[in-house]
Design a protein around this ligand. Structure first.
Ligand SMILES: Nc1nc2c(ncn2[C@@H]2O[C@H](COP(=O)(O)OP(=O)(O)OP(=O)(O)O)[C@@H](O)[C@H]2O)c(=O)[nH]1
Length: 468
């Protein structure tokens, strides 16, 4: 072969190489990625509510009220009370326990239930004195002339490493699938075969009911499935899966705003109230949420307004110490409203971004709960608006959880639900019912006892886990 021929071959090869490279680049650009874009992009992405996604599916926003309510006027001298109240006269200013609210409830209390379960003196305004702000080092100044200049070495606990908030749901997805996928498998088994007879439709219905979707949602889902199966030709399991996914996701109302309203306002922190029956995971959830916020660079203060059980406040304090958050707590049986008020005051004073308040949820009587929670909220609102009221529900208790939800929803305006212990139940269908009944979104899900086993709730990912 001549030199000319060699040159021609080399040139042709070079051209081919260029075409291949250009082609490959264009192909990559056009390919549709099923993955969410990489985090750096999302991290600062603004959403319409003015919040942002924390690169993880955890979405935070600012509550709608941008300013604190006007400061309450100086507390009026206490009106002569019908019951003698031999309290110390020195009452710290602006403490809520002297509000008229306190005097009112006594008559309607069913004495029998209260006396059994509530050891706290309802009328005694002395909780203010009992209140003991843990964070305020100024209160320690009181001791006089210290002879021993012992620097009372504050034990600085080592701070925890917080698991990245990014990709939480992906990492915890396995737990969800493990507990939920049996439901999906049996549904897909039934629908995958194509035309279904009445018996099979009944089985579909039963499966949905057993998974705790509730009768209203089950009827809607079955109707939609029947219509769509007739309209489209569903022949394979893949077709059935796609249809089932579509119907279930739509039923979970993906359009609902699931952002946690934990972003600060211009002049005061965001205030979040965590409510729910004891044992549902309130304190754990408050601690886990604090971790997510701290990991996101936020300053957080935790208010232990669950003063019924001293251990609950200890538990919350431990959560706070592990991530370097501040905590305000009261003595056992102190007035929860006073503690909540002080927590918010301290949060404003210290310029934190979010104040999370853990409350007690003794469901002894609805009146008792209503008095307590209602008062906590009213008293906080003398200082700042409550941005999010998160109801914590234990997914493992199914219908009972729903009954609890109804009671709480009557007492306070719930703005979001946290469904805990979803890792331990196959009845994740309760998500549908809770949203349907309360009309508020499930915002977070607890997927384990670990400190970082909290994930944002996403309808698509949840249904994927359900379908296995
Ligand atoms: N498996 C699992 N356990 C959880 C989850 N969330 C909380 N728990 C456990 O539930 C138990 C109760 O949690 P708490 O946070 O103490 O519940 P609480 O509602 O605050 O109850 P009190 O402290 O009595 O007010 C603890 O053992 C938690 O570890 C979860 O998502 N999954």
């Amino acid at each position: 072969m001549t030199t000319g021929a060699w040159i021609a071959i080399a040139a042709a090869l070079a051209v081919l190489l260029v075409v291949l490279v250009v082609g490959s680049v264009l192909y990559r650009r056009r390919r549709i990625s099923l993955k969410a874009p990489d985090t750096p992009q999302i991290a600062t992405e603004k959403d319409r509510s003015g919040g942002y996604r924390a690169g993880t599916g955890f979405s935070f926003s600012e509550g709608s009220t941008a300013t604190a309510p006007p400061r309450e006027p100086a507390p009026a001298p206490r009106p002569p009370a019908p019951t003698p109240a031999p309290t110390p006269e020195v009452v710290p200013p602006a403490k809520p326990t002297t509000t008229p609210d306190e005097v009112i409830p006594a008559p309607e209390k069913p004495a029998d239930t209260d006396s059994v379960i509530t050891p706290e003196p309802v009328v005694a305004p002395e909780p203010v004195v009992a209140y003991e702000p843990v964070v305020a080092p100024e209160t320690v100044v009181a001791p006089e002339p210290v002879v021993t200049p012992e620097p009372a070495a504050p034990s600085v606990p080592a701070l925890d490493e917080i698991a990245p908030t990014e990709g939480r749901l992906d990492r915890l997805r396995g737990r969800l699938s493990r507990s939920q996928s049996a439901v999906g498998k049996s549904l897909l088994g039934l629908l995958g075969g194509g035309d279904l007879d009445e018996d099979s439709w009944e089985e579909v219905e039963d499966t949905l009911l057993i998974a705790d979707l509730g009768s209203a949602t089950t009827t809607k889902v079955v109707t939609a499935l029947r219509e769509q199966m007739a309209a489209r030709s569903v022949r394979t399991e893949a077709d059935a899966r796609a249809l089932l996914r579509e119907v279930l996701v739509a039923e979970l109302r993906p359009e609902l705003d699931r952002s946690i309203r934990a972003l600060p306002h211009d002049d005061h922190p965001a205030v979040l109230l965590v409510v729910g029956v004891n044992g549902t995971g309130k304190t754990t959830t408050t601690g886990k949420l604090a971790r997510v916020l701290v990991a996101d660079g936020r300053r957080v203060l935790l208010g232990a307004a669950d003063t019924f059980r001293a251990a609950a406040a200890d538990q919350l304090q431990t959560w706070a110490e592990r991530v370097g958050a501040e905590v305000v707590r009261g003595k056992e049986a102190a007035d929860p409203a006073a503690v909540a008020f002080d927590a918010v005051s301290k949060g404003i004073e210290n310029g934190v971004d979010a104040v999370l308040i853990d409350t007690a949820g003794r469901l002894h009587t609805k009146t008792g709960l209503m008095d307590e929670l209602g008062k906590v909220k009213r008293v906080i609102e003398k200082k700042a608006s409550v941005d999010d009221v998160l109801l914590v529900l234990d997914a493992t208790i199914g219908q009972n959880g729903l009954a609890q939800a109804r009671v709480f929803a009557e007492v306070v305006d719930i703005t979001g639900v946290v469904l805990t212990k979803l890792d331990g139940t196959a009845k994740g269908g309760i998500v549908f019912q809770v949203q349907h009944e309360l009309g508020v979104p499930v915002k977070l899900v607890g997927l384990g006892e670990g400190a970082d086993d909290l994930a944002p709730f996403e309808p698509g990912a949840f249904v994927d886990a359900l379908l296995g």
